[in-house]
Write a protein that binds this ligand. Structure first.
Ligand SMILES: CC(=O)SCCNC(=O)CCNC(=O)[C@H](O)C(C)(C)COP(=O)(O)OP(=O)(O)OC[C@H]1O[C@@H](n2cnc3c(N)ncnc32)[C@H](O)[C@@H]1OP(=O)(O)O
Ligand SMILES: O=C(O)CCC(=O)C(=O)O
Ligand SMILES: [Mg+2]
Length: 460
């Protein structure tokens, strides 16, 4: 099975309400996408605005220098002037889209089916005459009469497109129908490769993308965190995990997904819900006593894949759903030995306060001390935590520095603050060597003038 990713965070993703990426961010995102291994990056529709144009120009420079290796795709209407703008940027591929359902032909384009075929043929040939690869997008393809869609694909192929994207623009497909649609197109239109562009209006985008691959699609369109028009499209992190689990295919570096998701969360300003698959805070956190007891024996009881695959780690929370195995393990991790009777007593106290959402370690120690009447000394934490105050150069935009700091490995939180320093950075390291490295990385950030490090000694 052959399948790759086209990531459209920079085009479809920026169509999310409220999302705009700066030129610098566009370049940084493209680099991160290339580093993680996506096959194609849809870098924007350059005729839309000058910043998108400039962003693609800078991305293409990095492509020529070999710093970015993914194929760079520019989006374009079936309009010569849009094609010219994309062609002058020398993108690897122009993606020409045109609404081909009867609804789109009538309400948007005001053309007949026949006229649309002519426009598709003419614009694809025009783009090809600039020496660039062309993908044609059958926008609203999933609501298009199948025989006409086949004609559209044949027209695109015969005019020089080597790929056609079948867009489920309003997200109405379901898996069986998607698989059937793609296997029909693959059979009826040889000589073409197909992309699936699946919107998530019914929550089926990932399932439809998998079904499209079974039907013969070879590229899946994604955005990081599932950004896009309305409720967005296939999230890169989820489809990458699903392809690994179901087909054993690693389309991107899975252990880099978390970092990429955080970068896009920050730049897009769209928060990731904690219960988001793969990269949400709770994706590998267990709660119910039966689950935690199972996971302590063998994590695969309640995990479809180990969190380490995705550069993450597992944990569990304590509340009234907790059982004695979880509690015993938690106290052991704290370095506190309790008898079975004492553990039962602590558990009874926890259950008698059903509205507590999370018991922190300090809360548990307090309960244990009240139950046992002993002063309990937990072992010191293995990780070093530090707060680093950062002063910025006077002529820099603090938020730009903050953004750069936030993506440094080991940095857990970044806050802009008032007073003598501009930014407070919370970091975690496994030892002093690692802490020194993080401090060095912070000092190396453009715009950082000086730092002051305070080690966390005790937390309440
Ligand atoms: C499903 C998708 O997400 S497809 C991608 C959608 N992407 C975008 O819309 C990019 C952002 N858009 C824009 O910046 C602007 O809409 C522009 C620059 C593309 C066009 O702006 P304007 O010329 O002001 O037109 P406006 O957006 O109001 O209307 C769209 C026009 O494009 C035409 N059009 C729409 N899609 C296409 C297409 N695929 N090919 C050719 N023409 C098209 C419409 O028929 C309409 O033409 P009209 O002015 O003759 O009625
Ligand atoms: O170009 C594409 O593949 C898809 C266009 C689009 O965003 C859509 O139809 O939803
Ligand atoms: Mg779309």
């Amino acid at each position: 099975m052959k399948v790759g990713i086209l990531d459209s965070t920079l085009r479809e993703g920026e169509q999310t309400p409220g999302v705009v990426f700066t030129i610098d961010q566009r370049v940084e995102i493209a680099k991160a996408l290339s580093d993680i291994g996506v096959q194609m990056i849809e870098a924007g529709h350059p005729a839309v605005s000058s910043d998108i144009y400039e962003g693609i120009k800078r991305i293409m420079k990095l492509k020529r220098e070999g710093i970015i290796t993914s194929e760079i795709v520019g989006h374009s209407r079936a309009v010569k002037k849009d094609i010219e703008v994309a062609a002058e940027l020398e993108v690897d591929r122009i993606a020409i889209f045109y609404g081909v359902s009867d609804i789109h032909l009538k309400a948007k384009h005001h053309v007949t089916r026949e006229e649309a075929l002519n426009i598709i043929a003419e614009t694809i040939s025009y783009a090809r005459s600039h020496g660039v690869k062309v993908r044609f997008t059958a926008e609203d393809g999933s609501r298009t009469d199948l025989n006409y869609l086949i004609q559209v694909c044949k027209t695109a192929r015969d005019s020089g497109a080597d790929r056609v994207s079948i867009a489920d623009t309003v997200g109405i497909l379901y898996p069986t129908k998607t698989r059937e649609l793609f296997s029909t197109l693959v059979r009826e239109v040889p000589g073409l490769e197909f992309d699936i562009h699946a919107h998530n209006d019914l929550g089926l985008a990932v399932a439809n993308a998998l079904a499209a691959v079974e039907g013969g699609a070879t590229i899946i369109h994604t955005t990081v965190n599932g950004l896009g028009e309305r409720v967005g499209i296939v999230p890169l992190q989820v489809i990458a995990a699903a392809l690994k689990y179901h087909f054993g295919i690693e389309v991107v570096k899975l252990n880099k997904l978390q970092q990429l998701a955080s970068l896009i969360e920050k730049y897009s300003g769209i928060p990731m819900p904690p219960n988001y698959p793969i990269t949400g805070d709770y994706a590998f956190i267990h709660k119910a006593g039966i689950h935690v007891a199972g996971v302590l024996n063998d994590p695969s009881t309640y995990e479809f894949m180990p969190p380490e695959t995705f550069g993450r780690s597992r944990d569990y929370v304590i509340d009234k759903y907790t059982g004695k195995h979880a509690l015993k393990d938690r106290f052991e991790k704290l370095g506190v030995k309790l008898s079975d009777i004492e553990l039962d007593q602590v558990l009874a106290k926890i259950k008698s306060n059903p509205n507590v959402r999370f018991y922190r370690d300090v809360d548990l120690l307090e309960i244990a001390e009240s139950v046992t009447g002993r002063v309990l000394k937990p072992k010191p934490p293995e990780n070093i935590e530090a707060l680093i105050s950062v002063k910025c150069d006077s002529n820099v935009y603090t938020t730009a520095v903050t953004r750069r700091l936030a993506v440094i490995p080991g940095v857990k939180e970044v806050m802009e603050i008032s007073g003598d320093y501009d930014v407070l950075v919370k970091v975690e390291a496994k030892d002093t060597n690692e802490l020194n490295q993080i401090i060095e990385n912070i000092r190396a950030v453009k715009g950082v003038n000086s730092t002051l490090t305070s080690l966390v000694l005790k937390k309440m």
